[in-house]
Ligand binder design. Structure first.
Ligand SMILES: [Zn+2]
Length: 216
C-alpha cells in the first residue's frame, strides 16, 4: 500500500499515510474544549461542544486529502481522517452524551452531479466507532446554494438560513445532536443548521468537522 499523500510505499506500522506526511498535518488539540472551531462558533448560536481535526489551508497534504474526497470521489480519504480524529479523541469524553448524528446535507442536485456525498464516509466512520445512530433525512437542503464568495457576512447568514428545512423534525425532540460536516469555512452553514435544529423542543447541538479554515 502506498501513502495517500506522497505515494511512497508504506512501511510496517503506517496506515494510509506515511509518518513523514502525517507529521506535516496542521492538526489542532481536538480534545481542548476551547479549540479553534469552538472559538469561531461560540457566541453565534448555543452549542454544547465543537471539535475538529486540523486547519484547512489549500495546497498542503492534509487539505489535499479533504479536497480530493470532495471533488474527486475519494471517500477513503475522509474515512481515514475521521478515524484519525476518533483516535485522537479517545479517552477525552467524546462523544459525551450525544444521541444521534446528523450530517450537514448536501443538495441532491450536487450529489447527482458528483455521484457521491463527501460527508457520508465521515458519518459512517463515527457511526461505527461510537455506535451512534444516524439521521440523515431530518435536515434537508432546500436551495441549491451558489458560491458565497463576495457576499457580506449578513447576506451570507440570510442566504444560509433559507437554504435548509426540517423534515419531521419532532423525531429529534429532546435529543443531543452531533452535527457533522467536512470543512467549516465561515461557519454560516453550521450556524444555520444548528439554529434550525434548536427550534425543535429540547434539542442540544454539538459540532464536529474534519477541518476549519483560518478565520475569514
Ligand atoms: Zn507520504
Amino acid at each position: 500500500m502506498r501513502c495517500l499523500c506522497c505515494h511512497k510505499e508504506l512501511v510496517d506500522g503506517e496506515e494510509f499515510v506515511c509518518l513523514d506526511c502525517l507529521l506535516t498535518f496542521p492538526l489542532v488539540d481536538c480534545t481542548d474544549e476551547h479549540n479553534p472551531l469552538w472559538t469561531q462558533l461560540s457566541g453565534q448560536v448555543p452549542f454544547e461542544r465543537a471539535t475538529h481535526l486540523g486547519y484547512y489551508q489549500p495546497g498542503d497534504n492534509f487539505s489535499r486529502l479533504i479536497a480530493q474526497a470532495k471533488y474527486d470521489d475519494r471517500p477513503q480519504h475522509n474515512a481515514f481522517l475521521a478515524n484519525l480524529l476518533c483516535d485522537r479523541l479517545e479517552g477525552s469524553g467524546w462523544p459525551y452524551d450525544v444521541d444521534v448524528i446528523v450530517p450537514v446535507p448536501v443538495h441532491w442536485r450536487r450529489i447527482l452531479q458528483r455521484g457521491y456525498n463527501q460527508v457520508s464516509p465521515i458519518v459512517r466512520t463515527l457511526e461505527k466507532r461510537w455506535h451512534l445512530p444516524v439521521m440523515s433525512n431530518c435536515l434537508m437542503r432546500s436551495h441549491y446554494t451558489m458560491s458565497q464568495v463576495g457576499m457580506g457576512a449578513n447576506a451570507r447568514q440570510d442566504h444560509q438560513r433559507a437554504a435548509f428545512t426540517l423534515w419531521r423534525g419532532s423525531r429529534l425532540r429532546g435529543k443531543h445532536v452531533l452535527l457533522v460536516d467536512d470543512v467549516c469555512t465561515t461557519g454560516s452553514t453550521l450556524v444555520a443548521c444548528a439554529a434550525l435544529l434548536q427550534e425543535i423542543e429540547g434539542v442540544r447541538v454539538s459540532v464536529l468537522t474534519l477541518a476549519k479554515t483560518f478565520r475569514i
